[in-house]
Design a protein around this ligand. Structure first.
Ligand code: NDP
Length: 456
């Protein structure tokens, strides 16, 4: 039976757009349905605006650090509306680029909510479209708990269009988004408290890294409220009163929940075709990204292997190659996905943590190389910010299992080390690599002495 399309993609985010574009480039008939904005979370309310706000947040510190280098003191003032307007303009430009890329590739675009009808049919409003294959790529959304007054709280989706900088903010959570947005708000002059139900940030990162970042954030004057949670929020005049499980009542202007993201399955009509989901609500797929219905596939945050844009695009490219290409593409190695947290200072890592290495190989087969220091720039800038680097090595094979860093430009530094780990680099090869002097990154190739056993 001839279908309207060879491929119908639901969701115009990083994964969906890449799959649609690449499939169309092989000559296939492709359509894409998007209900909101092209580019998905990353372009509209994630990576891109976040990184631009991260740049904005670093600038006042740099102005202050310039004094040590002889620049006279300036008291910068900030216009929040200029920042949000300029960031929104860039996002809009990217939306346009995504649209052009799809149209130039010959992908037919539909605006609206797509609902699965059966294994080969989707409805969009009153249209019914058929396709040989359907790809679900609707991503995720930020989740906030159902507590009294939750309507007064915002999520990362609302953050980038706040009309002005809140004077005081409480950020709830201890993960990527909480740490990044709390850092941005604090640096931009909002009196910020990070309130977390646990007792440390970034709990899935190397424990040393999360501890070091926390110390640096404390040094900058950010407030933390550990082992606590919000039970209700009241709006009294212009102020929010936040009631916590500890019994404390905090007054603030803005409460931002960064308490995780959930897969966006609600409008897909998965029940109509009996697509299997996991307990966390993610769509279950096999090794070829096929769902429990063989003609329907899923990639990206909806599947949740790793909720990162480059993972969604890698999955999309793998799948297109599997369907229409050489089928020679290597499987995605999820164990070596690098990532960066655009906190202040930044965190980045690739490979496994000390804790994972020790439980996998035993403490005696793991060597730890670690350094922390004041970066050269700050010997003159006067900033007390420090940097930390850590290598996890398997003693018996010499393989570098993990590279971790806290410090300026950690994201930029880590990309190259991700390549090194991808090709199985050993500590010996790190040692044979000549450093670039004077840089911070050269520390990674000059670490010679493992930590004594007693201290790890
Ligand atoms: P995370 O899963 O990283 O963190 C969620 C945080 O919320 C955790 O600290 C968790 O606590 C806490 N939490 C969860 N449920 C509750 C609750 N009911 N009450 C109070 N606290 C709660 O999610 P994020 O929202 O920060 O980010 C989602 C994902 O998006 C990330 O995992 C990452 O993959 C991706 N991302 C990547 C970025 C990057 O690459 N730079 C940037 C932003 C997001 P606990 O630790 O106790 O579970």
């Amino acid at each position: 039976m001839q279908h309207d399309y060879d491929l119908l993609v639901i969701g115009g985010g990083s994964g969906g757009v890449r799959a649609a574009r690449m499939s169309a480039a092989t000559g296939k008939r492709v359509a894409l349905v998007e209900k909101q904005y092209l580019g998905g979370t990353c372009v509209n309310v994630g990576c891109i605006p976040k990184k631009l706000f991260h740049y904005a947040a670093q600038l006042p510190t740099q102005t202050h650090e310039a004094i040590g280098f002889g620049w006279s003191e300036v008291k910068p003032s900030h216009d929040w509306s200029v920042l949000t307007r300029n960031v929104a303009a860039e996002v809009q430009r990217l939306n346009g680029i995504y649209k052009n890329m799809l149209q130039n590739a010959g992908v037919e675009l539909f605006e609206g909510v797509a609902q699965l009808f059966d294994a080969h049919h989707v409805t969009v409003g009153d249209k019914k479209i058929s396709a040989e294959r359907i790809l679900l790529a609707t991503g995720g959304y930020p989740w906030k708990p159902d507590i009294a007054g939750i309507e007064h709280a915002i999520t990362s989706d609302d953050f980038f269009s706040l009309p002005h900088r809140p004077e005081r903010t409480i950020v709830v959570g201890g993960g990527y988004i909480a740490v990044e947005l709390a850092g941005i708000l604090h640096a931009m002059g909002s009196q910020t408290t990070l309130l977390h139900r646990g007792d440390k940030v970034l709990k899935n990162f190397d424990a040393d890294i999360s501890h070091f970042l926390q110390q640096e954030m404390e040094k900058q004057g950010m407030a933390f409220q550990w082992n606590d949670n919000i039970v209700s929020i009241e709006k009294i005049a212009d102020e929010l009163q936040v009631h916590c499980s500890s019994g404390s009542v905090l007054k603030t202007d803005c409460v931002l929940f960064a308490t995780g993201r959930k897969p966006a399955t609600a409008q897909l009509g998965l029940e109509a075709v009996a697509i299997q989901c996991s307990r966390s609500g993610h769509v279950v797929v096999d090794e070829h990204f096929a769902t429990s219905v063989p003609s329907i596939f899923a990639v990206g945050d909806l599947v949740g292997h790793k909720e990162l844009t480059p993972v969604a695009t890698a999955e999309a490219m793998w799948l297109v190659d599997y369907w229409f290409g050489s089928r020679m593409r290597e499987r995605i190695d999820y164990s070596l996905v690098p990532s960066a947290v655009f906190s202040s200072p930044e965190v980045a890592s690739v490979g496994i943590t000390q804790q994972e290495a020790e439980s996998r190989y035993g403490v005696h087969d793991v060597e730890i190389f670690r350094t922390d220091f004041r970066p050269l720039k700050h010997t003159v800038s006067g900033s007390s910010e420090r940097m930390m680097m850590k290598l996890i090595v398997q003693r018996s094979t010499g393989r570098v299992l993990g590279v971790h860093m806290v410090g300026a430009e950690a994201g930029e530094v880590m990309q190259g080390f991700a390549v090194a780990l991808q090709v199985g680099a050993t500590k010996k090869q790190f040692d044979a690599t000549i450093g670039i002097h004077p840089t911070a990154a050269e520390e990674f190739v000059t670490l010679r002495t493992p930590l004594p056993r007693a201290s790890h």
